[in-house]
Design a binder for this molecule. Structure first.
Ligand code: 16G
Ligand code: ZN
Length: 546
């Protein structure tokens, strides 16, 4: 079976309406991402690929999301969500790249036919795709180009509208499991809010509501999601959403949002003038598509930058692994719990976690962490940048649902009920700022903790991240979950010699997957050592990358 005749003609004609710019695009860790003005043809084509991917899965629903997350407003991107709500299967990434880069309509059809053959796709199977987009001005028009591609294959298309990335992941899994014995949830945004709100309220039953929380929505789509959730939570949670200027030109991710806070290690711009920002109170920021969250607080007046304290993805992972581990222990369940981090995890968090749970280190990028977390019965994964979630395996879910609580101590029975509610509260398809926020609030409430107690679990080692421009970043190749470089040869030995000079020193270099640069990370016990180690490593990268 192949694409020929009228179908081929339709694709070529439609493709001519979305001309390909003279730029090579690659489907990387975060899908396609570049200036929005270059993406129309790619979006049309990913519509075509989405339809084929669904057909290849026997007509299961796949998702397409238009967003560039924390990137500037003028950027955009598109990525595919596979049928279980997870990232696109890796073997399809080069397929996406080849199709996006086909030079002519004819070549495009030829590339599509290669996929049909390679994946033995039955073209007569009806395709089903749900799509959504963020608040960027370019997002809706790009989504329309995508719909044009989907239409070429006569796809059953669901318009999710303005959604966060994790809401789309949720919808895909919910749609594909709606007729199964254990549906993931009702396949609508209302179903998503009801599931999260219901679990939150059951976990918080009998506990005082947490103190009001200021949420920086990055002027993005998280604003919409947060408002939807609040309507379901009524007075069980008081939130003050700020940076909610959706649609205001230039506002998205500008001086605010999780990425700004994490990379600048400071409050969002203007927070020192926010009426509700007080020392000792917990604050948080979402990123532009609300799949990351960063918590922080002040230990003194906001006007002094030294009073800022960050509670990042590593702190969230530690809190979640600790708490869920204690519940598993109290419930006396035969399930293991582990934690997945990347090389960017602060060494102090790794030391802390290692004393409690097994740890896996993977390369950067959500899909790597997600797959590694699936190997544990309960797998907690977070990148330091605030993207992460907790996965409950089928074995764990069964152990929880089949436990005979009538034969248990009240303490064990309560732990079982709480684990069941956490599995509902947590968006298990992908990191979700809204769901992660609720999880953190519940755990803090259960432990009677504020930000200071949470922060006191361990003290981050001082660290520094540097971007280095090099002639060709593909020369830099890594091994051991990006912790060591194999190429250029000789570089790792020089880094080892540097690191050995500093107590608790650690440094690694890796090519970025999203920008044209090499990233250097360094940490050490003393701030002055970190500065030295980072700049000496940077100098080495420049020397070897020249
Ligand atoms: C992408 C990844 C994120 C990773 C970042 C690293 C996904 C959905 N996102 O944003 O997990 O931390 O890239 O960027 O996988 P870098 O390679 O430029 O350092
Ligand atoms: Zn994001």
């Amino acid at each position: 079976m192949s694409i020929a005749g009228t179908l081929a003609q339709t694709i070529e004609q439609r493709s001519a309406a979305h001309p390909k710019p003279d730029a090579r695009l690659t489907y990387g860790t975060a899908g396609f991402r570049t200036k929005a003005s270059l993406l129309e043809s790619t979006c049309f084509r990913i519509g075509l690929i989405g339809a084929l991917r669904s057909k290849s899965l026997g007509g299961k629903t796949v998702g397409l999301m238009v967003t560039a997350s924390h990137n500037p407003e003028e950027d955009n991107g598109v990525k595919m969500v596979d049928a279980r709500g997870e990232m696109l299967e890796a073997s399809w990434e080069p397929i996406c790249t080849a199709i996006a880069n086909a030079a002519t309509g004819e070549e495009l059809v030829a590339e599509l036919n290669k996929v049909v053959e390679q994946k033995s796709i039955d073209l007569s199977v009806p395709a089903s795709v749900v799509y959504a987009y963020d608040t960027r001005p370019s997002s809706k028009p790009l989504a329309e180009a995508m719909v044009d591609g989907l239409g070429a294959f006569d796809t059953n298309v669901t318009d999710g509208g303005l959604l966060t990335t994790p809401q789309l992941h949720y919808l895909v899994l919910a749609l594909n499991t709606q007729h199964e014995a254990q549906p993931y949830g009702s396949p609508t945004t209302e179903g998503y809010y009801a599931k999260l709100a219901g679990a939150y309220m059951s976990l918080m039953k009998g506990r005082p509501a947490p103190p009001p929380l200021i949420v920086d929505c990055a002027n993005g789509v998280g604003t919409v999601s947060l408002k939807g959730l609040l309507a379901h939570l009524r007075d069980a949670l008081v939130l003050y959403p700020v940076r909610t200027a959706v649609g205001q030109t230039g506002a998205l991710n500008n001086g605010c949002g999780a990425d700004f806070v994490k990379s600048k290690q400071r409050l969002p711009e203007g927070f020192e003038h926010e009426p509700n920002v007080h020392p000792g109170e917990l604050l948080c920021s979402f990123d532009g598509d609300a799949d990351r969250i960063m918590f922080y607080y002040l230990v003194g007046p906001a006007t002094d930058p030294a009073n800022f304290r960050m509670l990042d993805g590593d702190k969230i992972a530690s809190l979640a692994a600790d708490h869920l581990g204690e519940l598993v222990h109290a419930a006396n369940l035969d399930v293991n719990i582990g934690c997945v981090q990347t090389a960017y995890a602060n060494g102090a968090s790794t030391t802390y976690l290692e004393q409690r749970v097994p740890i896996t280190c993977t390369p950067t990028g959500v899909k790597h962490l997600h797959h590694a977390a699936e190997k544990y019965d309960i797998g907690v994964y977070f990148e330091a940048n605030g993207h992460g979630t907790v996965l409950f395996s089928e074995k764990a879910q069964r152990a929880i649902s089949e436990a005979d609580t009538s034969k248990m101590s009240p303490e064990s029975a309560a732990a079982i009920a709480q684990l069941a509610a956490f599995a509902e509260l947590i968006n298990q398809t992908v990191g979700d700022a809204v769901s992660d926020m609720l999880m953190v609030l519940v755990i803090l409430a259960m432990r009677g903790w504020g930000p200071r107690e949470w922060d006191a679990t361990y003290t981050d080692l001082p660290n520094k991240l540097v971007k280095v421009a090099v002639a060709d970043r593909t020369q830099f190749r890594t091994t051991d979950a990006e912790r060591r470089v194999t190429h250029p040869e000789g570089l790792q030995e020089r880094i080892d010699a540097l690191v050995a000079k500093y107590p608790s020193g650690r440094a690694f270099v890796r090519p970025s997957g999203t920008e044209d640069c090499v990233r250097v990370y360094a940490e050490a016990e003393k701030p002055e050592d970190v500065a030295e180690l980072a700049s000496a490593t940077e100098a080495l990268v420049k020397e070897f990358g020249a």
